[in-house]
Design a protein around this ligand. Structure first.
Ligand SMILES: Cc1cc2nc3c(=O)[nH]c(=O)nc-3n(C[C@H](O)[C@H](O)[C@H](O)COP(=O)(O)OP(=O)(O)OC[C@H]3O[C@@H](n4cnc5c(N)ncnc54)[C@H](O)[C@@H]3O)c2cc1C
Ligand code: SF4
Ligand code: SF4
Ligand code: SF4
Length: 433
């Protein structure tokens, strides 16, 4: 795509303009990068976590967009050793496995085998890492996430499980930079891309990052998505809930809300079950497929990297397996030499069980993610022609992915994008306040 044809990123010179043009996904890296402490983050239930800039403090230096994954993604070098059969649609992959936490409890609690948690435990208990920067439930509100730096086994396990709601772990990169020794970072693919950009900008941070682990992510729903789940569960006020899980406790597990059950309403929806202890549950497929996906922001619909291409190790669900008869398994993508060296260390198998798998396990498990990637080139072309700011993606093979889809689908993508630009008023920036 000829990005120079139109000055498409002309408006994206500060974090709040990225957000105004709907290209922010709330990672928080801009807040960390701002040398003048001009940025605060706000969780807007209908939009996500977004940056607010204090005009009095801002010096227009642009540091916030240098680390911003919303503005664009770029692969510099692809390893020559990558698995060629997968490289067109999935970024660099050196080795592909299936795996799960060797500890049955962690496997049970985790989203899809507890691998991310088990890697964190191995890093701290065996590989000499000081701690882990990742995301957990806000102790003050069970439907909100906060970044957390975990050092102990209990702290790491407390953050186990996928939270399908906004999270900004990148705002706390300084926790890694200011901690002696190596730290592990766990985040979504865009969080990991922000970490890579931040490491280029800040060698001190880079020195302290021992490993970057990405969980797969097809989209982060706004908090309004979680509120919609609660509503269907008959829970009017999130403050009635003291525990909210999106999944886990089995694979893929149930969305579960517990708390002041006496205040919960009667439930009309056949998709909600009232458990013996009064907690309300619904299946993961209903919560994600029917509710949360309706609350995913535009930037996620333009995201080509749902499989953690900028991480050292990426993990996602092995959805091709039989959900009824499996205790949870993750696909484990080793993306860099650093990732490979990490899993080849002593006693790794005591924490994580890895098994060889077929290359087709990845496309068979994540067809919707690949399908989305194939349409992005066309969506961006339409937006570019309509002179809308778009994210710039380099060396990601998106044109080739686009060419692989049938002509009819291409036309539908063009028309559908034009329709959405008009209906959703994307030509107008949104006000974040
Ligand atoms: C928003 C979102 C979208 C997802 N989309 C997909 C998908 O398209 N395909 C797929 O296969 N799987 C998806 N998942 C699930 C997840 O990628 C897999 O289950 C993955 O294999 C992790 O499982 P695990 O058991 O190894 O992780 P666990 O051991 O349960 O650990 C999860 C780790 O992720 C961190 N984390 C949780 N929520 C967030 C968050 N919102 N932001 C940043 N870090 C977080 C936690 O701190 C923890 O360290 C999604 C998860 C989320 C949060
Ligand atoms: S995507 Fe991240 S870095 Fe970019 S504006 Fe949003 S919060 Fe800031
Ligand atoms: S332009 Fe510079 S000073 Fe202004 S918000 Fe961004 S990083 Fe901060
Ligand atoms: S879909 Fe992409 S942009 Fe959206 S939260 Fe997930 S990794 Fe980030």
């Amino acid at each position: 795509m000829n990005y120079k044809m139109l000055n498409i990123s002309k408006n994206l010179n500060r974090a709040d303009s990225v957000a105004a043009w709907r290209l922010c996904m709330g990672c928080g890296a801009c807040k960390w990068a701002c040398p003048n402490h001009a940025i605060t983050l706000k969780n807007i239930p209908s939009k996500g976590i977004r940056p607010l800039v204090n005009e009095k403090k801002c010096q227009q230096c642009g540091a916030c967009v240098v680390v911003c994954p919303g503005k664009g993604l770029e692969h510099k070098v692809f390893s020559k050793e990558k698995i060629n059969e997968l490289s067109d649609g999935w970024g660099p992959i050196l080795d592909l496995y299936e795996g799960y936490a060797s500890d049955d409890n962690i496997r049970y609690m985790g989203s899809s085998g507890g691998i991310a948690t088990a890697i964190a435990l191995y890093a701290v208990e065996k590989a000499g890492f000081t701690g882990v920067l990742h995301t957990k439930t806000d102790p003050n509100c069970s439907i909100v996430n906060v970044p957390t730096y975990s050092k102990s086994r209990n702290e790491i396990i407390e953050a186990c499980g996928s939270r399908y709601a906004p999270a900004s772990p990148c705002q706390d990169f300084d926790k890694i930079k200011q901690t002696e020794g190596l730290s592990l970072f766990i985040g979504k693919p865009c969080d990991c891309a922000a970490m890579r950009k931040a490491c280029v900008r800040d060698p001190e941070l880079s020195k302290r990052v021992g490993l970057i682990v990405s969980i797969f992510c097809a989209g982060t729903p706004n908090t309004s998505g979680t509120i919609a789940i609660l509503k269907e569960m008959g829970i009017k006020d999130p403050s009635f809930v003291n525990l909210f899980r999106y999944r886990g406790n089995g694979w893929p597990g149930l969305a579960t809300a517990c708390g002041d059950t006496g205040k919960f309403d009667e439930v009309a929806s056949k998709n909600v079950k009232i458990e013996k202890d009064g907690c309300r549950t619904m299946t993961y497929s209903h919560a994600w497929g029917e509710i949360l996906t309706k609350h995913v922001p535009l930037r996620c619909r333009l995201c080509p990297d749902s499989a953690g291409e900028f991480a050292d190790i990426a993990v996602g669900d092995a959805w091709y397996r039989d959900l009824q008869n499996d205790s949870g398994r993750s696909l484990v993508l080793i993306r860099t030499e650093k990732g490979r060296n990490f899993y080849q260390q002593k006693d790794f198998e005591k924490y994580i069980t890895l098994e060889n798998t077929k290359y087709c396990a990845l496309p068979d498990s994540q067809s919707s993610v690949y399908n989305k990637r194939c349409h992005i080139w066309g969506r961006l072309k339409v937006m570019m022609l309509l002179n809308l700011p778009i994210p710039i993606y380099r060396n990601m093979n998106l044109e080739k992915n686009w060419k692989s889809i049938p002509f009819r689908r291409k036309i539908m993508t063009y028309l559908g994008t034009v329709k959405r630009v008009v209906q959703k008023k994307w030509k107008l920036p949104i006000k974040i306040e």
